[in-house]
Design a protein around this ligand. Structure first.
Ligand SMILES: [Zn+2]
Length: 128
C-alpha cells in the first residue's frame, strides 16, 4: 500500500513545493504530468513513498518489469534534476541502499507520450 503522505509536507522530489502542490496531483490522478520532468519527479516520489501502482502505470508497456519490489529497504534521500530537454531528463537520485550504503544514481531517462500521457521508457546510467 502506498504511504499516506501529508499534502502540506515538502515534496520528496525536492522541488521545494508541498506534496499537495507538486507530485500529489499526479499520484491521485487529478493532474496528469504535463512534461517528462514532472513525470520523472512524480515517479521518484512514488518510489520514495512505495507507490508501486503509480510506478508501474507510468512505465511503457514494452519495458515495464513484470515484478518490482519497492519495499526492499532502499531509502530515497533526494533528487536533483540536471537537464530536461525534449523526451529526456537527466537526474541524480541519492539513495541509501538496504545495507546502509549511500549511492548516487545518475541517469538519463527517456520518456514517450502514449495516448496523450507521458510514460517512462528506459534510462541509461551516466558517469557522474
Ligand atoms: Zn514533487
Amino acid at each position: 500500500m502506498p504511504l499516506a503522505y501529508p499534502p502540506f509536507k515538502s515534496c520528496p522530489c525536492g522541488s521545494g513545493r508541498s506534496y499537495g502542490a507538486c507530485c500529489g496531483p499526479a499520484h491521485d490522478g487529478s493532474r496528469p504530468p504535463a512534461t517528462p520532468e514532472t513525470l520523472m519527479r512524480a515517479r521518484y516520489t512514488a518510489y520514495a513513498l512505495g507507490n508501486l501502482p503509480f510506478v508501474l502505470h507510468t512505465w511503457h508497456a514494452s519495458t515495464r518489469p513484470s515484478h518490482l519490489d519497492l519495499n526492499d529497504g532502499t531509502r530515497y534521500m533526494g533528487l536533483r534534476v540536471h537537464t530536461a530537454a525534449g523526451e529526456t531528463v537527466e537526474f541524480t537520485a541519492s539513495l541509501k541502499l538496504p545495507g546502509g550504503e549511500r549511492y548516487s544514481l545518475r541517469e538519463r531517462s527517456r520518456f514517450e507520450q502514449v495516448s496523450g500521457a507521458w510514460v517512462y521508457v528506459d534510462g541509461e546510467e551516466v558517469e557522474g
